[in-house]
Design a protein around this ligand. Structure first.
Ligand code: HEM
Ligand code: HEM
Length: 138
């Protein structure tokens, strides 16, 4: 298993733990529902997407009898996806607690980096799966 694959899976499980604690806190204290976006994206971009990236990078090329196009881009995606998710949710939270133009702007900028990380998966996976396979050797 590539290191970035393992890291995606470990990170996704950590996000599930954190988002569930926030979910319980929101149930207990309805004023925390202002952080619903943080809970939903810890889950959807953290737990769900990162688990899919990890398992997908590991399994999908094998199903197609191929090697991943670029493990280096996979590694870059791991770092950009994680730094931007944490940055986006941190500045979103700061902007809920104390709204300022700079925290709103930084939330958006980290969101754009998250979008870039999604683009890395889009490119790497399609560039792996789309080219025709060589004919089997006899
Ligand atoms: C212990 C586990 C969890 C608890 C206690 C919990 C709790 C909550 C609560 C209180 C809300 C706000 C509901 C409202 O708007 O009134 C919420 C929203 C949400 N949760 Fe969870 N959650 C948990 C796990 C998960 C998981 C594992 C996922 C995804 C795989 C998830 C996805 C979402 C999403 C997408 C929303 C936003 C839904 C919407 O806008 O209507 N949650 N959750
Ligand atoms: C660049 C990545 C993404 C950005 C910047 C983003 C941003 C947003 C924003 C601004 C909202 C509205 C929140 C509100 O009403 O307060 C939202 C809602 C939502 N997004 Fe995303 N999103 C992204 C990716 C995703 C992905 C990949 C999924 C699913 C796999 C997802 C699932 C949801 C869900 C379920 C909601 C409704 C729940 C909620 O309001 O929190 N998002 N998203």
């Amino acid at each position: 298993m590539d290191k970035f694959v393992r890291n995606f899976i470990i990170a996704s499980i950590i996000y599930l733990g954190i988002s569930s604690i926030l979910g319980i806190a929101m149930l207990h204290q309805p004023s925390l529902l202002s952080l619903k976006f943080v809970h939903s994206h810890l889950n959807m971009l953290g737990w769900v997407s990162m688990m899919i990236y990890g398992v997908g990078y590991h399994i999908l090329p094998k199903f197609a009898g191929k090697m991943i196009k670029s493990p280096k881009l996979g590694e870059l995606q791991f770092w950009t996806a994680n730094v931007s998710l944490i940055g986006m949710l941190l500045f979103y939270t700061m902007n809920v607690l104390d709204p300022t133009p700079s925290s709103a702007l930084l939330t958006t900028l980290f969101g754009v980096v998250q979008f870039f990380s999604i683009g890395l998966f889009f490119y790497n996976m399609l560039a792996t799966l789309l080219p025709a396979s060589p004919p089997p050797q006899r």
